[in-house]
Design a protein around this ligand. Structure first.
Ligand code: UD1
Length: 347
């Protein structure tokens, strides 16, 4: 298939692009590089020996998307591009709704014009809000609690309405739990700009010596060790889930929703312990107050994806931490490398 991948230079996008190429697909990546770099795609090319056709572009520029689709031959779109920082979305809701929702509307309009009606969309377990009814199943009620999460929920609704208006659409909505880890080569991985919001990249930066200690947000949750429980999923398992969904859409029309998680919960302390073992040294941490908006426990019931797609996550938490560590220790400062004197402010 010829696949148009929005956000393909980012963390999940680059790993999925690698898997698509290894599977023999042709890939055109469309990315505005607002939170990513072309280095990830260079490394994907090195790892696969295949060419990534990269187009720098923004989803807010519908004409630019049309121009790419005018080249013809596309069979499907995988749509990763989007802003994803919860705290920033609370501070800048208009930016989030415009970028994520309007950007997706532009993409869908361009797809319609091009007669392209096969789409895999990156949603998130964040759409379930603070439902305490675990494991979360796809029909659990949706109740996102912040603008970022609401953009995902709104896009899901838009996609349902679109498919109801035209039964020729094939749409897979993938609700990711907590993506972590890296390709086993250690050559591509998560490269957050600034202070990481999420647990694994923070732990990894402490492990590699870029930060002093991990702040564990809350040790008074109603969980066995008092810390929050999440369903961490290896990014390569997640990438495989996209390939499986794409295959499903080849022979099914409709709009489908699948949880992509392992079905197993791990606490913050479990993660720190597993990462310490992977890194070969203890990781300093300190208990801190709960982070506003966090839930105690979240994990998936991934049986829908197994039944429909034959997909399940194969890599466990130890493997996630080992692969994440290989990436972080080989690239302590991410793709850009260590800061140079030119990066220092002159005042
Ligand atoms: C967060 C977002 C979610 C988003 C997801 C993307 C919030 C409230 N939720 O999920 O919308 O889809 O990232 O991956 O931001 N923790 C610490 N110390 C840290 C960081 C995290 O103790 O420095 C704890 C958290 O309290 C939580 C767990 O680690 O219990 C996981 O946190 P995180 O990686 O941020 O993911 P989520 O909160 O599940």
């Amino acid at each position: 298939m010829k696949v148009f991948v929005t956000g393909g230079a980012g963390y999940i996008g680059s790993h999925t692009t690698l898997c698509l190429l290894e599977d023999g697909h042709e890939v055109v990546v469309y990315d505005n590089l607002s939170n990513s770099t072309v280095h990830s795609l260079r490394r994907v090319q090195e790892l696969t020996g295949r060419v990534v056709d990269f187009r720098e572009g923004d989803l807010l520029d519908g004409d630019a998307i049309d121009q790419v689709f005018d080249e013809g031959g596309f069979d499907a779109v995988i749509h990763f591009a989007g802003l994803k920082a919860v705290g920033e979305s609370v501070a800048k809701p208009i930016r989030y709704y415009r970028n994520n929702v309007v950007g997706t509307l532009n993409l869908l309009e361009s797809m319609e014009k091009a007669g392209l009606r096969r789409l895999v969309f990156s949603s998130s377990a964040t759409v379930y809000g603070d439902s305490s009814d675990v494991p979360l199943v796809e029909k659990s009620p949706l109740d996102a609690t912040n603008p970022y999460g609401r953009t995902k929920e709104q896009i899901e609704d838009i996609l349902s309405d679109l498919r109801a208006s035209d039964p020729r659409w094939s749409i897979a909505i993938l609700r990711y739990f907590n993506p972590v880890g890296a390709h086993e080569s250690g050559q591509i991985g998560e490269d957050p700009q600034g202070t990481p919001n999420n647990l694994l990249p923070f732990v990894a930066q402490v492990a590699v010596g870029r930060r002093d200690k991990v702040f564990v947000y809350g040790n008074d949750y109603p969980t066995p060790d008092g810390t929050g429980i999440r369903d961490y999923i290896h990014v390569m398992d997640l990438a495989a889930g996209h390939i499986a969904a794409l295959g499903y859409l080849e022979s099914h029309t409709g709009d489908f929703r699948w949880n992509l998680g392992t079905g197993r919960g791990s606490s913050v302390l479990d993660v720190i312990e597993a990462f310490s073992a992977a890194a070969g040294h203890p990781i300093a941490h300190e208990f801190a107050p709960r982070r506003p908006g966090d839930v105690a426990v979240s994990y998936a019931d991934p049986s829908g994806a197994l039944a429909d797609l034959g997909w399940s996550a194969r890599r466990d938490l130890d493997r996630m931490c080992q692969d994440h560590w290989r990436w972080q220790s080989s690239n302590p400062y991410g793709y850009a490398g260590p800061p140079t004197s030119n990066d220092l402010s002159s005042n």
